[in-house]
Design a protein around this ligand. Sequence first.
Ligand SMILES: Cc1cc2nc3c(=O)[nH]c(=O)nc-3n(C[C@H](O)[C@H](O)[C@H](O)COP(=O)(O)OP(=O)(O)OC[C@H]3O[C@@H](n4cnc5c(N)ncnc54)[C@H](O)[C@@H]3O)c2cc1C
Length: 241
Amino acid sequence: MWTTNAQYADWMFCLVRTDPKAKKQEGISFLLIDMRSPGVTVRPVHTMEGGAEVNQCFFEDVKVPVENLIGQENRGWDCAKFLLGNERTGASRVGSTRERLKHLRKLAMSEMKAGKPIIQDPSFRARLLSLEVEAKAHEITTMRVLDADARKDRGDAPNPLSSLLKLRASEIRQELTHLYVEVAGPHAMRLALEAEDELEAFTPDWAGLATATYLNNRKVTIYGGTSEVQHNILAKAVLGL
Ligand SMILES: Cc1cc2nc3c(=O)[nH]c(=O)nc-3n(C[C@H](O)[C@H](O)[C@H](O)COP(=O)(O)OP(=O)(O)OC[C@H]3O[C@@H](n4cnc5c(N)ncnc54)[C@H](O)[C@@H]3O)c2cc1C
C-alpha cells in the first residue's frame, strides 16, 4: 500500500518477511524485485487533491531469483534503517522551504485582506514570523546533523537525529502550505470549482495550486514513518527514555 511512483518503476526494493516466526524486525529480507515479473499488479490510489502518485502493489506467487537478495537473508531491517535515515534527513528540504517562505512573504505584502496587505494582519504576521524563525532553527539543526554525519561521529550507523529533522520539517511544511491557503483566500477554492473557467481566469497559478498542495502535504507527517513513530525513536535513541 502507498508505493510512491510504482506506476513508473521497472524495479522495486522491497522488504519481505522471510521468517514468519522471528521477532517483528528480524526475519525480514531486502529484495530487488523486477516489476515485470508474473504476479505483480500495480493499482493506482487516487488522492484527495486529485493526484495519482501512490499505488497499491500486489505480489501473487512472485518468484525472485536468489541473486536479487540485498545483504544477508533475514537482516533486511538493517538496510531499511540505513535507508530510512537517509530518507528522513532528505525530508529536511531546507532550500525549498527557504524559497517558499520568501515567496509567501512577498505574496503577503501584495495580496489584500479587508483593504490592507495581508502581512499587516497581526495574527497572520505572527504565524508567518514564527514559521520563519522555526525554519531558520531547523536549517541550523540540519546543518549540525549533516556536519556530524560528514565527520562520521557515529561511523556508518544510522543517525536517530534524522527523526528530529523529518518530524520538524513535516510540521513546518504543513504550516507553510496552510499559510499559502490563507494568503490565497477565495482563490484557494479553485480546486473545488475547476470546471468554472471564468473563475480560473482570475486565479493566479500559485493560488490555484495552494489547496492541492495543502491537501497533498497532509501525507508528510505519515510517510517515511509517522510523527508518533519519530517521537518514539527520539525518546528511545536520543533521550534514552
Ligand atoms: C503518500 C504516502 C506515500 C508513501 N510512499 C511509500 C513508498 O514509496 N514506499 C513505502 O515503502 N512506503 C510508503 N508509504 C508508507 C508509509 O511509510 C507508511 O504509511 C507509514 O510509515 C505509516 O505506516 P502505516 O501506514 O502502516 O500506519 P500504522 O503503522 O498502521 O499507523 C497507524 C497509526 O498508528 C500510529 N502508530 C503506529 N505505531 C505506533 C507506535 N509504536 N506508537 C505510537 N503510535 C503508533 C501511527 O502514528 C498512525 O497514526 C507512503 C505513505 C504515504 C501516506
